[in-house]
Every structure is written in C-alpha cells, then in structure tokens.
Design a protein around this ligand. Structure first.
Ligand SMILES: Nc1ncnc2c1ncn2[C@@H]1O[C@H](COP(=O)(O)OP(=O)(O)OP(=O)(O)O)[C@@H](O)[C@H]1O
Length: 473
C-alpha cells in the first residue's frame, strides 16, 4: 500500500477535520515513509521544526494513527520526526518543506484563501483579545500542570512560575538553556498558557527562532520593516525558542536587538531558550549575548531516575493509561537520554499494548522496546566506551587502565568514565575496577567534573555528543 496509505489517510483527514486545521497542520506535511512490519505498519513523517513536531504529536498523532489503522486494516504506529536539514537553506523551514508540500498539494484540494498564512506559525500575531489564544501560537497542552517537577528543572521552573505570575518584573529576560528534549519548550509554553489564563488580554507570542528569521527575510524582501516592528514591539510576553539559530544571521540579530530593546523598555517580558548558555553562543553579536545574560540565566539538566519514572507515569496518565511503577522504573533505567526519548518509548509501549490487547508489564515493555534495548546491550559496554574514547582522542586503549597522569591521557580517561556511568548500568566501583582497579571516588570525581564542565564548555559538550551518538550506533 506504501505511500498510497498516507495519501488515502490525508484524504480521509481532509474530509473529517475542519478545513483550517487540515490546511494548517496536515496538508503541508510531506509524503510519509511507510514500512510494513507484518502485523503492524510503521509510518514516519518528517516536519520542519520542533514546534510543528510537538503540536502534531500532541494534537493529531492519535487521530492520524487511528485513520491509517482503519485504512490499512491493521495497527499503524506513527512516528513524527524532525526533517533533516540537508539541502534546505538554514533558517527557512518553508523551503525545507517545499518540494514535499508541492507534492502533497497535487494530491489534495487547493487551500481556501488565508490558509497559507494560517499554516505559517510565524505569519501572524494577536492583534485583538478575541484572537489571542489561537494566535499566540501556544500549545495548550504544555502547561505547568503537565510539566513534572524535579531537581533537574527546579530552578528553571521556579523562575518561570515567577515570571508567569508577575511578568515584566524580575528575571527579565529569562534565559533557559539545556540539552535537547529536556523540556525548555514545554516550560516557556507553560508560562504563556498561565499568563493567558490569568490575563486573557495579554499579548503573547511563542515562536521558534527560525520563524523569526523567516519573518525578517519576508519583511526584508517586501521592505515592510515597520510591520515587523509593529508585530513584535507591541507584545507583553515574547517566548522565543532556540535562539542559537540566530547564529550568523546579522540582519535577524539586528531586528531581534531592536525588538528586545523595545520590549524591555516597556517592561514586556522576554523568555528565550537555547542549547547553551549566553556566552557559549557562537556567531551571535556580543551586544545581544550580554543582554541575554542580563536578567536570569538558568539551566535545565537531564532528569534523574526518579524524575524519569514520574514523567512516564504522568505521561501515561495523560493518555488515560496506568503505567505500573515497576514498568516505569524499567523504562527509566534504560532510556536515559532525554524526555523526548522517554516519550518515544512510552508511545511504543502503549501502541504495542493496544495492538496486542495485552496489559502493560515489564515483559511487554521489553518486547516493545526490544530494538532499542538490543542496540544498547549490543553496543554500549565499558570496553566499547574505552575503545571509542581512545580512538576519538587518539590515545592507546591500554592508557584507559594505566596509571599515567598526563592531561592528554587523564582527560580522555575521565570522559570515558563519565560515559561509562551515563550509558551503562555499572556502579561506580565496577567502573573503577574496569579502569585499572581505580577507587570509586576517582570515578565519582571524574563523573562530576565532566558533567559540570559539559554544561559550560560547548566544545566538550559537542565532543560528548559525538561520542554518545557513535556509541548508540
Ligand atoms: N519535566 C517534564 N514533564 C513532562 N514532560 C516533559 C518534561 N520535560 C520535557 N517534557 C516533554 O518532553 C518533550 C520534549 O520537551 P521540549 O520540546 O520542551 O524539549 P526542549 O528542551 O525544548 O528540546 P529541544 O531543544 O530539542 O527543542 C515534550 O513533549 C515535553 O512535553
């Protein structure tokens, strides 16, 4: 059935969903990849940015799955993923999606007037109270209520709650940084949703940095910078995601600087997110990065085990399913990278349970996650980590166990210890043993040191990222 399944699914959705919703969210999607897996089908669709990814996953994934399952006559699991950036000019999500959108357009009826603007989340901003909720681009599902609190997000969450309660006062701008999938976007939507609940007239806009870039480019081409100013400078709260995307975009940075100054001058609040702290941003003008740091800068860390368990249980509840604690613990032990991956694992388990009509237990979770677990079991052992780190830093594997102390050897060894703690189930004494019989306190010191440095040192963070990806295969 292949891509025919996707096309038929889209036709069905076009007839079932309100036009505006279909034209905004489903119609622009590229053709999906369809893989028949015997008793089920895996459908993968790629979207141009994180905002669309979260929105489609939260609002439409279940509906799309059930329509496709009905057409296919067997269970369909939908995976929504970010589009690869290759071949698309950076910062232009519309272009990244263009060929596929054109493709899709041939298959479906033309969009009614106005749909193009609606389909571009950057295209409009609230101009009157009645229009505010939908135009603020806030995802109503991302609230403080659905955000699990824990040590990893404690500071950021407290600051965000404060801003939601008294915008324009303290912590302006609020700069939230951390690795992928740790809840930065969720948190800033939560601020917007909370403020909107308390003050329905508030002018709020959420947007991804790429959408701001697109907006600047469009206004540049049309020479309508006054419109751009009018749109951003009037806000009460600007929530802007992933500002690292401004790197190298001088005109965008200039316009953002203007908006930033105008908003702060009138005590409107600005919240930004990024994958690194302000001084770690590259190719962004210092007059901006120093301003980013002028309010409050807080990190979101990867969630610890207990928090991962709590997130799984809460997310399952939101899907009206009860996840037994031992299963949540099993999953949380094995899926450690970030919350997005935890959600992916949960989705697989729920889909598997639904398809097989079996209750959720550890056996089912193991079965549902077998690809993921076998990859981990097959590839991530301490030996493999030692070899990969030795290769990466061009030292001998034997140096991982040796007593040598020059920095050129000690540092890769500490990095390997850190990865061994992060990526395997081994205890500190076991890791020490595997590194030439070292004491567990030596391992602990290495783990803490590298974890702390990782937060501040972009280059190290990048190296660790490469090593992790290599090890995960
Ligand atoms: N503490 C949490 N409680 C509940 N859900 C969470 C939590 N942290 C993250 N999530 C969920 O994990 C997913 C990824 O989070 P989010 O998109 O906010 O990450 P991010 O840090 O913005 O990532 P990126 O940098 O890749 O954009 C979202 O579906 C979000 O709802």
């Amino acid at each position: 059935m292949g891509s025919d399944l996707w096309q038929r699914g889209c036709e069905r959705l076009a007839s079932e969903l309100p036009d505006q919703q279909f034209n905004t969210w489903i119609r622009p999607l590229p053709d999906a990849e369809v893989v028949d897996q015997g008793d089920g089908t895996l459908v993968t669709v790629r979207v141009p940015n994180r905002f669309k990814l979260d929105w489609i996953r939260n609002q439409y994934a279940g509906r799309i799955e059930s329509v496709l399952s009905e057409i296919a006559g067997k269970p369909v699991h939908l995976d929504v993923m970010l589009a690869l950036r290759d071949g698309a000019p950076a910062g232009n999500p519309a272009a990244a999606n263009a060929p596929a959108a054109a493709n899709a357009a041939q298959l479906r009826p033309p969009a009614p007037a106005g749909a193009a603007a609606a389909s571009n989340p950057a295209a409009s901003v609230a101009s009157g109270p009645a229009a505010l909720p939908s135009r603020s681009r806030l995802n109503p599902a991302l609230t403080f209520d659905t955000l699990v609190a824990g040590r990893a997000n404690q500071m950021a969450r407290t600051a965000a709650l404060h801003v939601a309660g008294a915008p324009g006062a303290m912590y302006n701008p609020l700069f939230i940084y951390g690795g992928v999938g740790l809840g930065k976007t969720h948190l800033i939507h939560a601020v917007g949703n909370q403020l909107l609940k308390d003050k329905p007239d508030a002018r709020i806009l959420y947007l991804h940095a790429e959408q701001f870039i697109t907006d600047v480019v469009r206004n540049y081409q049309r020479k309508t910078f006054d419109e751009l100013k009018a749109k951003y400078h009037q806000l009460d709260l600007l929530l802007i995601d992933d500002v690292q995307f401004f790197a190298g975009k001088e005109r965008t940075q200039e316009e953002f600087f203007n908006a930033f100054e105008a908003l702060l001058a009138k005590q409107a609040h600005i919240i930004m997110t990024s994958d690194t702290y302000p001084k770690g941003l590259v190719d962004i003008d210092e007059r901006l990065t120093s301003r980013f740091d002028a309010g409050l800068t807080v990190a979101i860390e990867p969630p610890e085990l207990e928090m991962r368990v709590a997130i799984l249980i809460r997310k399952a509840e939101l899907e009206a399913t009860q996840m037994p604690e031992d299963v949540a613990f099993f999953v949380a032990k094995n899926v450690r990278a970030n919350v997005r991956e935890l959600e992916g694992a949960l989705r697989k388990i729920l889909a598997y349970s639904r398809f097989s009509h079996k209750e959720i237990n550890i056996g089912l979770a193991r079965e549902a996650l077998k690809d993921l677990l076998s990859i981990q079991n097959r590839q991530i052992g301490v030996e493999n980590i030692q070899k990969t780190c030795a290769d990466f830093y061009k030292i001998k594997v034997a140096d991982m166990y040796s007593k040598k102390r020059p920095a050129s050897i000690a540092r890769p060894r500490q990095i390997a210890m850190y990865l061994a703690k992060e990526m395997t189930q081994k205890s500190l004494p076991e890791i020490g043993e595997l590194f030439g019989g070292r004491d567990h306190t030596t391992v602990l010191h290495a783990v803490r040191k590298i974890a702390a440095e990782r937060q501040k040192n972009t280059e190290l963070n990048q190296q660790l990222h490469v090593l992790e990806q290599t090890l995960k295969g």
